[in-house]
Design a binder for this molecule. Structure first.
Ligand code: ADP
Ligand code: MG
Length: 724
């Protein structure tokens, strides 16, 4: 069967597929967190003293003593074996967006050759994967490639079921033998610590008597596409690059908006229920699900959790989405831009910080003192976005996300912050000094308490802002769908820590001269707004005027591609930010730059090679096949004395020639090796290579509109997007 016949066969197969048998979903209370080694399960299994120690460690991150670790390991092993798990794995998050795990069996043989199970505190706490194949950005030479995983007791262990067994998964950090972070969890934990220390200083200065540890929270909205696997498996671009590198726009796209919040197709509904059941067992609180803007696009959003746990859960969620899709005969595409001309996928990262004594500090609250704390933390975010905008852009930089951010879609590549008109108004007043030094506290209270009724109105939304206040949290909307949330969370926590330190210093000085807290706060925030207020923007972030104004008048950076964004990691002020907050050393930042740059360069290289291969071996032959059939027809017609119009044949021949000429240029560019620097290499990928790829595609997509449908080998956009 030729490829184009298989395309027809795929449509036939999907049309006649038998529905996946529906099993009534289990009730939530029966399945909730059954696969998680929760505090409740620990309490049942551990002695009182061991449980108390473990609980303290989970809540504060304090180290566990070896004896307790042995007790916990024994309890964990017993529970895992009872769940049918014969293996355990330290799960960690290397600098790629992925999840890594090394599986070990509980089984060992004893002196008499019998199989016994073994798992003690030592094995629980520390593992040594053969980590030499994980990117390390030059931190470890492979001849000294020791990397260790250490259990992160603040994120619960769980059972991961696969078709042929179950594994006890132990969330872990991954560090080099010299102690440098090789993963995304270590800096996330450190960033939280830095934010806690700085935030506590500010709250203490504000006269808060008791201040519990501050933690950041994250709720991530995940967008994705589903394509029937019969189609996806016929597209090497979808299989290897996760996005279509060719494909003409369908006659109907998303212009009617009829998919958005429309009825979820039954097949997809079953898939979602299956996904949710798996997530609930893993203790992941999936909460909302709906169709997204584009046909074939959907969203799932779990309820928010502590950032460290949410980040682990996010990784699991992506794995569950992909694995479950396979079971349902579909392919889940997490790529930021699977289909050109169709809305891309993002991951909105909702983020807030709070503790058990002051609550959510990004919630305006109902009393004047709560409002003052809120204004300080909100001001700290404004300063962070202004001062470290390029960093926020860099942590969401990837070849995939460039298709959204640099393009005319989704949030722009310029980092500004949207506050909503009421909060923006308050900060504008503070900046102008109308509240400055106001001894008239009545007026101040009035102004500040005005925040309350409006701020909670989430109707006040700006969908064109990359970073928006949404009533009691900030929503970082520019994050890509395939990315780990850790990078953004690390950047946000760290910039907040830095800003809160700055605020604490200023506030302390103000309070030394003036014990009226309100006027001290206003004085500090006035200075903050004068220096950093330029990042606040409530208008249309997509508009050309904003792009001009942001750069020319406000001095903000427009960084459309990864090649433009990543180099900021080598700048001193970014290295200082991470070093001063203790989140990443200079070496660790440098290694991250190397790793991310390499990932970018490699992903463009894979795509470029695919473009060349598919153009040469799939699309060109289809065009030639069509020309041959036109020539046959022409010969037949001329025997009958009928002249055939040659326009189509000429167009096809012309476009095929254009396409192959661009392929030749692309191949020549791909052979280039002599780059003065990694920065230059990335720019070459962003400009030259991607430029030639676009040229090849333009000709190929035009061919798709000319060549007889029955001869076209690749599943078309309309089929992949609309046939479910
Ligand atoms: P929308 O689509 O309107 O942006 P959703 O309800 O789909 O909103 O998702 C909002 C996300 O924000 C959810 O994950 C939710 O749990 C999370 N969230 C709500 N409050 C907070 C908060 N204080 N801190 C962090 N995340 C939050
Ligand atoms: Mg959202």
């Amino acid at each position: 069967m030729s490829l184009n016949e298989s395309r027809a066969a795929a449509v036939f197969t999907i049309t006649n597929r038998e529905a996946t048998p529906v099993s009534k979903p289990e009730s939530l209370d029966k399945i909730w967190a059954t696969d998680v080694f929760t505090l409740v399960k620990m309490e049942e299994a551990l002695s009182k003293t061991a449980f108390k120690a473990m609980k303290k460690t989970m809540q504060t991150g304090e180290p566990l003593d070896p004896a307790t670790a042995d007790d916990v390991a024994a309890a964990m092993k017993a529970w895992a074996l009872s769940k049918g798990a014969n293996y355990f794995a330290h799960v960690f998050y290397p600098m790629t967006a992925g999840t890594a795990e090394k599986h070990d069996s509980f089984i060992v043989s004893d002196a008499s050759g019998r199989a016994v199970t073994e798992f003690d505190g030592g094995l629980l706490v520390k593992g040594e994967p053969d980590g030499s194949s994980f990117p390390n950005g030059g931190i470890r030479q492979t001849n000294a490639a020791r990397g260790y995983t250490y259990w992160d007791p603040t994120s619960p262990a769980y059972i991961l079921e696969t078709d042929n067994g179950a594994t006890l998964c132990i969330p872990s950090v991954f560090v080099s033998w010299t102690g440098e972070a090789l993963d995304k969890k270590v800096p996330l934990l450190r960033s939280n610590k830095a934010m806690n220390e700085a935030g506590t200083k500010v709250l203490t200065l504000m006269g808060e008597g008791s201040v519990a540890p501050l933690n950041s929270s994250c709720g991530a909205e995940q967008e994705y596409f589903l394509v029937d696997s019969n189609f996806a498996n016929m597209r090497p671009d979808l299989l290897l690059a996760g996005r279509t590198l060719f494909g003409a726009a369908p006659a109907k796209g998303q212009e009617f908006d009829d998919h958005y919040f429309g009825a979820i197709p039954q097949r997809v509904q079953q898939y979602m229920e299956d996904v949710e059941e798996r997530l609930y067992k893993l203790g992941i609180p999936a909460k909302t699900r709906h169709n997204e803007v584009a046909p074939g696009q959907f969203e799932i959003a779990p309820y928010y959790e502590a950032a460290n746990v949410a980040a682990d859960h996010q990784q699991m969620l992506m794995t569950v989405l992909k694995n479950t899709a396979k079971k349902h005969g579909m392919t889940c595409l997490l790529h930021e831009k699977p289909f050109a001309g169709i809305n891309g996928s993002g991951k909105h990262v909702n983020w807030s910080v709070g503790n058990s004594t002051q609550g959510n500090l990004l919630d305006p609250g109902s009393s004047p003192s709560e409002n003052l704390n809120f204004l300080l933390f909100c001001g700290a975010v404004i300063r962070g976005v202004h001062k470290y905008g390029p960093l926020l852009r860099a942590v969401i930089a990837s070849a995939g996300n460039d298709h959204r951010l640099g393009a005319n879609e989704a949030p722009p590549a310029i980092l500004s912050v949207y506050l909503g008109s009421e909060i923006e108004g308050i900060f504008e007043q503070i900046k102008k000094g109308s509240l400055d030094g106001a001894t008239d506290t009545e007026m101040m209270d009035l102004d500040l308490s005005q925040i309350i009724p409006f701020a909670k109105d989430t109707g006040d939304r700006n969908r064109t802002s990359p970073f928006a206040f949404t009533g009691n949290r900030f929503e970082f909307r520019a994050v890509g769908s395939e990315q780990s949330v850790s990078g953004p969370l690390i950047a946000m926590n760290t910039m907040l820590a830095d800003s809160l330190e700055w605020i604490a210093e200023k506030l302390e000085a103000e309070l030394a001269n003036n014990d009226d807290k309100s006027s001290a706060v206003v004085a500090v925030l006035k200075e903050l707004m004068e220096e950093h207020g330029n990042a606040v923007f409530g208008g249309d972030g997509y508009s050309a005027e904003w792009h001009k104004m942001a750069v020319e008048e406000r001095g903000l950076k427009n960084l459309p591609t990864t090649a433009d964004a990543l180099p900021c990691m080598n700048e001193d002020y970014i290295k200082d930010l991470f070093a001063n907050t203790g989140v990443l050393s200079n070496i660790e930042v440098a290694s991250r730059y190397e790793v991310y740059a390499e990932i970018y360069i490699n992903s463009i290289a894979v795509e470029a090679k695919l473009v060349s291969d598919m153009a040469k071996t799939t699309i060109y032959p289809a065009a030639m096949g069509y020309l041959a059939s036109l020539a046959d027809t022409n010969a037949g017609l001329s025997e009958m004395g009928i002249a055939m119009d040659a326009t189509v044949a000429k167009d096809v021949a012309g476009l095929s020639g254009d396409m192959m000429a661009s392929v030749a240029k692309l191949n020549e560019a791909m052979a280039k090796e002599d780059f003065a620097s990694t920065d230059e290499h990335m720019q070459f990928c962003a400009q030259d290579i991607r430029g030639y790829m676009d040229d090849v595609r333009a000709a190929a997509d035009a061919l798709e509109m000319e060549v007889a449908d029955e001869l076209w080998p690749l599943p078309k956009y309309a089929e992949m997007l609309f046939i479910k």
